[in-house]
Design a protein around this ligand. Structure first.
Ligand SMILES: *Cc1c(COP(=O)(O)O)cnc(C)c1O
Length: 393
């Protein structure tokens, strides 16, 4: 008989009942060190006092009014995002995939209003992930995502991730936008080289194509910059954000330049819950914390520390691990054995990680994780590697 919860997930047999910073407490009392952070969502750990305070205060005052009225928390968060980024304007959603929906709509409508409705194609890359909505799965195009869900939203062209030469040839008179993650998350922590980001920006400028960056996973200080594209010194026209910006409360956003957003007039898009007071009160608290002076420097310092320890781990266990990749606190361990075996052994060591594509184990800790917790995590990974080796015999 089908379970009462639609069985679309293969869940690990844990029931967490409480979170404290980088720790999750199981119903049976075990304490797990959390290097998954709800898939890069709990950017400031579990139950951060300032986020709890922001949510509680807002919950006492007002939950929902709808976007028929002004929402001061939404305006304050949009103002801060505009101040801190390339963007001139922001639309709030409840998730990453909703941000993808709007990014695609915005790009297509932009060319429609320019009198070039034929420019509706969007170029995307293999191994990418843009969420599970119809636009999201069509954009990513992976077989597992689209299997059985046709007819798909048309107009997406997929190029091999890494075959950057092919992009210039693929852009033609029907191209509206290029969409990509500056660092692929689900695809297995695959960063796009800075030089490629610069080439793509230049190609978009030369052809009038819009550059859409999906920073749902790699954004909000995750890579050691507020947004990952800053490493390459380029800016997008449209950017999707979610995950970390809500610190665990559902919140997403589309950020855009005034030009790219110019076709989105009153009535052209909407959301009942998007940008509601609760989500924006928390999002504002998150953004204030991650954009405070020294926050990024600390993320980069911790990243260097973790990386150094992981390089040691790989050297000591080169039959289990192949390499460390990624940047900031978005790191991947490419495995030589099945990543799911290491994941399971890490569970036994009471350490939570997240599997990714390309046989990678993702490490996405809270950005404010303590140095001792990083050291503890690497020790537990070492323990997991030893146990995998012992089992393989
Ligand atoms: C998680 C993710 C999404 C989808 O976000 P949801 O909130 O699950 O809809 C989109 N893009 C990227 C890069 C993601 O990592």
């Amino acid at each position: 008989m089908i379970s009462s919860v639609l069985p679309t997930y293969n869940r690990a047999p844990f029931t967490f009942v409480k979170g404290e910073g980088c720790w999750l407490i199981e119903a049976d009392g075990r304490r797990f060190l959390d290097l998954g952070a709800g898939i890069a969502v709990n950017a400031l750990g579990h139950a951060h006092p300032e986020l709890v305070a922001a949510l509680s205060a807002q919950a006492q005052a007002l939950w929902h009014t709808s976007n028929l009225y002004n929402i001061p928390q939404q305006t304050a968060l949009a103002d801060l995002l505009v101040e801190e980024t390339f963007a001139d304007t922001v639309f709030f959603t409840n998730s990453g995939t909703e941000a993808c929906e709007l990014a695609v709509k915005m790009a297509r409508r932009y060319f429609f209003e320019l009198g070039q409705p034929e420019r509706s194609d969007i170029i995307a890359f293999t191994g990418s992930f843009h969420g599970r909505s119809s636009a999201g799965i069509a954009a990513a195009g992976g077989e597992k995502l689209i299997h059985g869900f046709g007819p798909l939203l048309p107009g997406f062209k997929h190029l091999e991730f890494g075959d950057w030469e092919a992009v210039a040839e693929a852009v033609d008179e029907n191209t509206a936008a290029i969409i990509l993650e500056p660092v692929q998350g689900e695809g297995g922590i695959r960063p796009v080289p800075d030089q490629v980001m610069q080439q793509l920006r230049q190609l978009c400028d030369e052809t009038g194509t819009l550059l859409i960056l999906d920073e749902v996973q790699c954004g909000v200080a995750r890579t050691g910059r507020l947004f990952a594209h800053e490493w390459a010194g380029v800016t997008p026209d449209i950017m999707m954000v979610a995950k970390g910006i809500g610190g665990g409360f559902p919140l997403g956003a589309v950020l855009a330049t005034e030009q790219a957003a110019s076709a989105m007039t009153a009535g052209s898009h909407g959301s009942t819950y998007g940008g509601n007071p609760l989500a924006c009160a928390v999002g504002l608290a998150v953004m204030k914390l991650v954009s405070a002076p020294d926050f990024l420097a600390e993320v980069n310092r911790k990243s260097a520390l973790l990386r150094q320890k992981l390089e040691g781990l790989v050297a000591d266990n080169d039959d289990i691990f192949e390499e460390v990749r990624g940047n900031g606190l978005m790191l991947g361990l490419k495995c030589r054995v099945a990543n799911t075996d290491v994941l399971a052994a890490a569970y036994d060591a009471e350490l939570l990680t997240v599997p990714g594509g390309d046989n990678v184990l993702r490490l996405l800790p809270a950005l404010n994780i303590a140095d001792e917790e990083l050291a503890e995590a690497v020790q537990r990974l070492d323990q997991a590697a030893k146990s995998v080796r012992a089992t393989a015999g």
